[in-house]
Design a protein around this ligand. Structure first.
Ligand code: MN
Length: 424
């Protein structure tokens, strides 16, 4: 595509070594800082770039964008302007902040309104999420869960290799990284117990996921073909789909996830565009048997994104419990979107589509405590001597994601979630 992924580009804003946010990234988010209303922003290194201020000062004057589109509590209106506009803004930011360009660099009086330190701003949820869908697209995760809860001999259900399985989730409880979540209360029933009980969940878990954000709407009745699906994707975030396994286990038959899944799902604040991820495309796992024609996809539709999960006890040291990779996904995003709309279901800008838990086949790559501690039979030893089968009160779950190739690192930063005790 372009030089946007040229690893030799550098910025006059200093970028710490191994930063997720070099000038080749240019993610989009929503910030708030002292005295101003929420607005769109990008990031280079540890500096945040206020897009509304850039626009009002005339740096986008030839791009035909009304500055107010950046003065919103979500990116939805900006995203709705379409891919040529996202690309034009990204290119302009790269141009303005590239080392050799002195145009903005020398207008020092503009810097104080345009450039802010990351620790001086609050990050908000970047989009208003109308609809949220959660897929179940990692074959290793689906197999592990099938072995634990059903039949080791037939761990995958018969439809799994034919359909990108998913369910409609809850958007009202999607929050941005850093938002603490109370341990949910609910109804559970232990194995062998005669009656269900009510109380705080004892099996709060994370699910290591990534989500893509719809960048273009479709009309009711229309289907999005696999080969056009990426035109409908604005970008991706890290996603911690919190789960209460004991509630989930008792409620999920016959209609699937409900209260075990909707008490909080946490997204990272910076949306990384598919353009920024272009360098990291890979082919997905071979699909066998062949999928139906409407799901057949060509080319490299997966992305090589390394993923880590750490658990940090209250006041303690963060301990890594998982290292996985988005490229393990059996079903790619284009197939997910094609399947989602094949019946005529319409999508809207800002919709969020999560991957499902991303587990790999190698040791240490499982994306949930359910699998890591194998239903509580293999507890994780923490550096402070404690054990984890699931998440304890006041633990913080930290997820990180980054892609590295040819000296270029593009990352997502973090999604962190502290689990507070159940409300009285
Ligand atoms: Mn999930």
């Amino acid at each position: 595509m372009n030089d946007i992924n040229n690893p030799s580009l550098s910025s006059w804003i200093s970028v710490p070594e191994s930063s997720d946010f070099p000038i080749q990234n240019i993610p989009f988010g929503i910030i708030r800082y002292e005295g101003v209303s929420p607005r769109a922003a990008s990031r280079i290194g540890d500096k945040v770039i206020d897009l509304y201020s850039l626009a009002t000062l005339g740096y986008f004057h030839d791009l035909h964008i009304v500055p107010e589109v950046f003065l919103k509590p979500s990116l939805n209106d900006f995203i709705s302007l379409g891919r040529p506009t996202w690309r034009a803004v990204r290119s302009r930011l790269m141009e303005l902040f590239e080392s050799g360009n002195t145009f903005l660099r020398e207008r020092v009086k503009d810097h104080s309104v345009i450039i802010h330190a990351i620790h001086e701003v609050e990050m908000l949820l970047p989009v208003e999420v109308g609809d949220y869908t959660d897929f179940y697209s990692s074959i290793e995760h689906a197999t592990n869960v099938g072995i634990m809860f059903r039949d080791p001999e037939n761990a995958l259900l018969p439809n799994w290799r034919h359909i990108p399985v998913g369910y409609h989730g809850r958007s009202s409880s999607i929050v941005v990284s850093g938002t603490p979540i109370h341990r949910p209360k609910g109804q559970t029933k232990s194995d062998g117990a005669e009656h269900p009980e009510f109380g705080p969940s004892n099996q709060v878990d994370f699910e290591l996921e990534m989500a893509f954000i719809a960048g273009k709407k479709s009309s009711l009745g229309d289907s999005i073909p696999v080969k056009e699906a990426e035109e409908y994707i604005f970008g991706m975030v890290l996603f911690n789909d919190l789960s209460a396994r004991d509630i989930q286990k008792w409620e999920y038959v016959p209609l699937g996830p409900f209260l075990g899944k909707n008490f909080g799902s946490v997204a990272s604040p910076w949306i990384v565009t598919l353009d920024a991820l272009e360098t990291f495309r890979v082919e997905g796992p071979k699909q066998e048997p062949d999928v139906l024609p409407y799901l057949q996809s060509e080319g490299s539709r997966n992305f090589d994104i390394q993923l880590d999960v750490l658990i940090q006890p209250d006041g303690g040291t963060a301990h890594r419990v998982c290292h996985s990779n988005f490229k393990f996904m059996y079903w790619n995003m284009s197939q997910q979107l094609a399947h989602h709309t094949v019946n005529g279901c319409n999508i809207n800008v800002g919709d969020m589509y999560a991957s499902g838990t991303i587990s790999g086949h190698v040791p240490g790559s499982f994306g949930s405590m359910l699998e890591i501690a194998w239903k509580g039979t293999r507890p994780v030893q923490m550096p402070d001597g404690s054990e984890r089968k699931f998440i304890h009160d006041n633990d913080t779950i930290i997820m990180r994601g980054y892609a590295v190739r040819n000296g270029l690192r593009i990352g997502f930063g973090e999604v962190t979630t502290r689990i507070l005790p159940a409300k009285k």
